[in-house]
Ligand binder design. Structure first.
Ligand SMILES: Cc1cc2nc3c(=O)[nH]c(=O)nc-3n(C[C@H](O)[C@H](O)[C@H](O)COP(=O)(O)O)c2cc1C
Length: 190
């Protein structure tokens, strides 16, 4: 089976994006092995290039880098902060992306040419479309194959029914279509 890493750009206890990330993981679990990262456990310092070779810090970065490396594809669930991605997500990517620059013989770019589905949940009406545009720029820059399909969940605190599904059936259709696209890119003959 292909392996997907599911990552949320929020560390917040009651994160709306983590909830969406778990739901997307459930939609994928029959077709893929999954690594749903608990982002609460990540405590990288704020990136400073003076520290990028500090072995004590690299000890924290490397295990997450390896999890990215092991993935065949990604689901990135990105909160929108001021029309962009969260500092937590950008900081994580800044650290991870430096390993192949500072140790090119040992580390490759773990995102290169790997399919990625983007999603976002926001408290307000935007659904995170601006943040996803920023995320798309970053992940394209890093070499990921970002799918055209994306998932935007507005008013996400009130978007779920008692059964744990999105109340909006049109959004549910979009989710199924987007998840199906990720499957068909990763299993091209199916
Ligand atoms: C610093 C900050 C900036 C925000 N900027 C936006 C924004 O640009 N657009 C938006 O729809 N919501 C914005 N919000 C509201 C978030 O959508 C909301 O806090 C959401 O719950 C964050 O995701 P999380 O629940 O996964 O942590 C912002 C929140 C914060 C704390």
């Amino acid at each position: 089976m292909k392996h997907i890493l599911v990552f949320s750009g929020s560390q917040r206890q009651d994160s709306l994006n983590r909830r969406l990330a778990f739901f997307l993981a459930q939609q994928l679990e029959h077709d893929f092995t999954l690594d749903v990262v608990d982002t609460k456990d990540i405590d990288f310092p704020l990136f400073n290039q003076d520290d990028e070779r500090n072995p004590e810090i690299l000890k924290k970065i490397f295990p997450i880098y390896q999890r990215f490396l092991q993935a065949d594809g990604f689901v990135m669930v990105c909160p929108e902060y001021n029309g962009s991605v969260t500092p937590f997500l950008k900081n994580t990517l800044d650290w991870i992306s430096r390993l192949s620059r500072i140790a090119p013989d040992e580390c490759i770019n773990p995102l290169q040419e790997k399919p990625m589905l983007l999603a976002s949940a926001t408290a307000g009406m935007s659904g995170g479309i601006l943040g996803l545009q920023a995320a798309r720029n970053i992940f394209n820059y890093l070499g990921s194959l970002v799918l055209a399909e994306q998932i935007c969940m507005p008013q996400a605190a009130h978007a779920w029914n008692d059964g744990g599904f999105p109340k909006d059936t049109y959004l549910l259709e979009i989710i199924h279509h987007a998840v199906g696209r990720l499957s068909s890119v990763l299993y091209p003959s199916v």
